[in-house]
Design a protein around this ligand. Structure first.
Ligand code: F6R
Length: 261
């Protein structure tokens, strides 16, 4: 796991955008796995800026989002399809037909999950999967103790996750308690992984993900098995790491071609 600690989330998000932009420039028809939530918002703004100011071209890019709430249509302002349209897709030249978000309103949710897995395979697999990290260590909506080999399926959200996300819904009771999410096995199949985690609320999850045992109690720890996982942190989320000096040492001794910024 490559651990990059930056002074703050702003610098971390710009770095994350550079990594994604480099992928898109090197492979214009890249397949990107995307995340929603607060963490990647600034990264998406930077991608939009690169599209506008530097001509970053999304016209051949395909995307697959990690998850969607069960029961929310694309028109609902808290659906992840809506989030992606508002925060990225409508600001760049992506072909909407190439963008995929699980359909949380499907009559047969299991069939939708199976079809989503097949669409990823048919697209050639995911080149780079962007992830955030839940306060409890979740990735996608794979909550603690879920199988480390799970595939896209219907997940039950934990109380902690519901509390963390309830502000935007107005009330805890009004929130969907289920989501369709890529499984940990699906995520780990991506050829490259880029996880961002910022702020003091993520400190324990980061510590467990990076330095704790590989264990289903912290789904993010599955990244320890991935051959090409990059984790971008800020000083706050990295505060619990025992080997932070080692990660900084490695980062400062990279060969020129191993650097992103
Ligand atoms: C979002 C997702 C979640 C979030 C995580 C962190 O598509 O799958 O795993 O990445 O809950 O959320 P934020 O970024 O809001 O702290």
């Amino acid at each position: 796991m490559e651990v990059l600690i930056r002074d703050n989330a702003e610098i971390g998000c710009v770095l994350g955008a550079k990594i994604i932009a480099r992928m898109v420039r090197e492979k214009p028809d890249a397949v990107l796995g995307l995340a929603t939530g607060r963490t990647p918002l600034r990264l998406y703004q930077e991608l939009i800026r690169m599209h506008r100011d530097e001509g970053l071209d999304f016209s051949h890019v395909t995307t697959f989002n990690l998850d969607e709430y069960v029961g929310l249509p694309a028109t609902h302002d808290q659906s992840y399809r809506y989030f992606m349209r508002e925060n990225l897709f409508r600001h760049v030249n992506i072909d909407l037909k190439r963008t995929h978000v699980p359909d949380g309103t499907a009559v047969d949710l299991h069939a939708e999950c199976r079809a989503y897995e097949k669409k990823i395979i048919d697209a050639g697999g995911i080149d780079l999967q962007l992830l955030g990290l839940g306060r409890n260590g979740h990735i996608g909506f794979n909550e603690p103790t879920g199988s480390l080999r799970s595939r896209t399926w219907v997940k039950i959200l934990s109380e902690q996750t519901l509390k963390d996300n309830s502000a935007v819904f107005g009330s805890f009771e009004g929130m969907p308690k289920h989501a369709l999410s890529m499984g940990i096995g699906t995520i780990i199949d991506a050829r490259r992984i880029l996880l961002l985690a910022f702020g003091p609320a993520k400190v324990r999850a980061v510590e467990h993900m990076v330095e704790g045992p590989l264990a289903a109690i912290c789904p993010g720890s599955a990244l320890q098995q991935h051959p090409r996982a990059t984790v971008i942190l800020d000083e706050n989320s990295a505060a619990g790491l025992h080997y932070a000096d080692h990660y900084r040492w490695v980062d400062s001794h990279k060969l020129p071609w191993q650097r992103y910024d």
